[in-house]
Each structure stands twice: as structure tokens, then as C-alpha cells.
Write a protein that binds this ligand. Structure first.
Ligand SMILES: [Zn+2]
Length: 326
């Protein structure tokens, strides 16, 4: 835990800017962020800090959904409007689609969601089934986790696994054992929200180990630096998991800056903050390095189903090379 004084707070913006200077010219990929809960300022700040691509896993919206149509609309926004919104800031947006573990406990709804998933998982930009797994580690959670692993196998898609915050070590082992039991290739399964206690087992078993940088709690940035020093860059990914709670959409570039300060090489930083995400989720066939190397020409005059990100009288940003559609 860390509490900032008033004076610290005043200079914090300045210090962040100085830190991010250390990673100027780096490219970042945040493979777990819930942009639907974030603002356009966040998109702009992320683009300025070098974030060129994100993956938005389907998740819990903070309160229970009451009907299947809200799932349908939510999944549609992940492959539609949110993808468009990101593009307006030059960021490539991908997503994973799945039934989150908390809502697996509402079985009537869960059944309906299982019927809906095949209509979304084959859409453009969907790079996996996720985030799925355990929350309270109930029987219903296990049932729908298993069903979705089968779905991933059938669709030949990677899986993004949410591990529980309570009973983490047990829940993580169990998630991996079940995936292996269903015959999934551990090289196509990304185990998320790791800690110092879980990382060794995850890597030893051949899975990808993702780490979430929560501001001031859980995986602090310094702890992430130590993990990379200890385990090296193979199969390790860093993400922000930023959502509607207290979280930081710049967690990946900030952690990279701390790695620079700690003497970790640019090559290693690029691997854990960019390349590993491309390698892991590229197995979907939906993204690769050459695609990400192409610069997105921003044209904020564009619309998605008649809707634009601009408000009353704003001048759209139009980069050279964009075509003006009137
Ligand atoms: Zn999440």
C-alpha cells in the first residue's frame, strides 16, 4: 500500500511524464484492458505513451446482467463500436469473447450465453475465448469453464484465463489441470493475474503467464521488475486489466519505464510488453507483427453506424493520407 501526500500528488503528473520519456519510441501491447469502461482521454494518453494495440476480454460489468440481450449488445460493442473508438486514436483493438466466471453462477442465463457465443467468436478481431475460469470456484463455474474450453478447442482459439483473487494458488493449479484434462495445448492458454506464488508452476507447465499491474496493490510495478529479472522474458506478459474500478490504463508503459531504470534491456522489455502478446494471441490467426507495424491513419471524420466520437462543432483530426468522406 502506498499513500501519496498532497505535495506528491501535485507533482505526480510531471513525474509520470518524465518516466514515460524513458520509453519514448517503444511500442506497447496491453493484452487485458476493459476499454468500454475508459474515456477518450485514456485512449489519447495510451496512444501518446506508445500503446499501439489492446485486447479487451469480455467480463463482468460490475452488476449482474438480467437478460441475454445485454450480453448480445455487450459482445457487439466489443467487436464494433469499441474497436472503432480505438481506431480513432490509432490503436488496434482486439477482444476475447466468453462468459465470465461470476455470471456462470446464474445457470439459466449461462445456458443462453453458451448458445450465443458461437455467433461472436468467429468475428473479425476476436483473438480468443476469455476471460473465463474461476471466481468463487463453484461447481457452476467449473461446468461453464469446461464447456468454454471445449468451444476454444473446436474453434482453435487461444484461451484467456482469469484466476481467482481468493485461494489464488489452488484456483490457478485447478484452472491449468482442467485445461490439460480437456486436451488443450498449454501454449495456447494464457493464465492471467499471476503472482510470485503462481508464476513458477504456470511456466513449468508450459502455459503463458500474464501479470496484472494494479495501482498500489497486488502486483506493484517493482514486483513485476523483479519477476522479469528472476524468470526472464519467455512466456511472460504484462497488462493493466484497467476497468471501471481504480486502475491505470498506462500501467504497461509505466512498468516498462521502471524496467528501463532497473537496467533491463530494451529487447527484454519489448518481449514482455509487446511481442509475447502478439505471439500468444497471434495463434488465433487474427493478428501478427506485420499488421501491427502498419501505421493507422487517423481520420476522426469517420463514423460507425452513423455515430462519431466528435461532439458539437469539434474539428476532426485528419492525418495525412486519410480520405475525406463527405
Ligand atoms: Zn479483466
Amino acid at each position: 500500500m502506498c499513500n501519496y501526500s498532497e505535495r506528491d500528488r501535485a507533482s505526480m503528473g510531471e513525474r509520470v511524464a518524465l518516466e514515460l520519456d524513458l520509453v519514448k519510441g517503444f511500442r506497447f501491447f496491453d493484452p487485458h484492458i476493459h476499454m468500454v469502461s475508459r474515456t477518450t482521454d485514456d485512449y489519447q494518453a495510451m496512444a501518446d505513451a506508445g500503446v499501439v494495440a489492446v485486447i479487451e476480454p469480455a467480463f463482468w460489468v460490475g452488476q449482474p446482467r438480467t437478460g441475454i440481450d445485454t450480453f448480445r449488445d455487450y459482445y457487439s460493442s466489443l467487436i464494433g463500436w469499441e474497436r472503432f473508438r480505438a481506431s480513432q486514436f490509432g490503436i488496434r483493438h482486439f477482444c476475447t469473447i466468453g462468459l465470465n466466471s461470476r455470471e456462470a453462477n446464474n445457470e439459466a442465463l449461462a445456458e443462453a450465453v453458451m448458445e450465443l457465443l458461437p455467433f461472436f467468436i468467429y468475428k473479425e478481431g476476436v483473438v480468443g475465448i476469455g476471460e473465463i475460469g474461476f471466481d468463487d470456484q463453484t461447481a457452476a463455474e467449473e461446468k461453464y469453464y469446461r464447456l468454454q474450453l471445449e468451444l476454444a478447442k473446436e474453434a482453435a482459439l487461444p484461451v484467456q484465463v482469469h484466476t481467482p483473487h481468493r485461494d489464488k494458488t489452488k484456483g490457478t493449479s485447478r484452472s491449468m489441470d482442467i485445461a490439460l484434462e480437456h486436451g488443450l495445448d498449454p501454449g495456447k492458454v494464457i493464465i492471467d493475474h499471476n503472482t510470485e506464488e503462481t508464476v513458477k508452476e504456470v511456466l513449468d507447465k508450459g502455459f503463458w503467464a500474464a501479470f496484472t499491474i494494479y495501482p498500489f496493490t497486488k502486483m506493484g510495478n517493482e514486483r513485476m521488475v523483479e519477476i522479469v529479472k528472476q524468470y526472464g522474458p519467455e512466456r511472460i506478459l504484462v497488462n493493466s486489466a484497467a476497468d471501471w474500478g481504480i486502475s491505470d490504463p498506462l500501467a504497461v508503459p509505466k512498468t516498462a519505464a521502471l524496467m528501463v531504470k532497473s537496467g533491463i534491456s530494451k529487447e527484454v522489455i519489448e518481449q514482455v510488453c509487446f511481442k509475447n502478446a502478439v505471439a500468444a494471441f497471434g495463434q488465433s490467426g487474427q493478428l501478427d507483427e506485420s499488421m501491427l507495424a502498419e501505421h493507422i491513419v487517423i481520420d476522426q471524420g469517420q463514423k460507425f453506424e452513423g455515430n462519431s466520437i466528435l461532439r458539437g462543432g469539434q474539428q476532426p483530426r485528419r492525418d495525412a493520407g486519410s480520405i475525406i468522406i463527405s
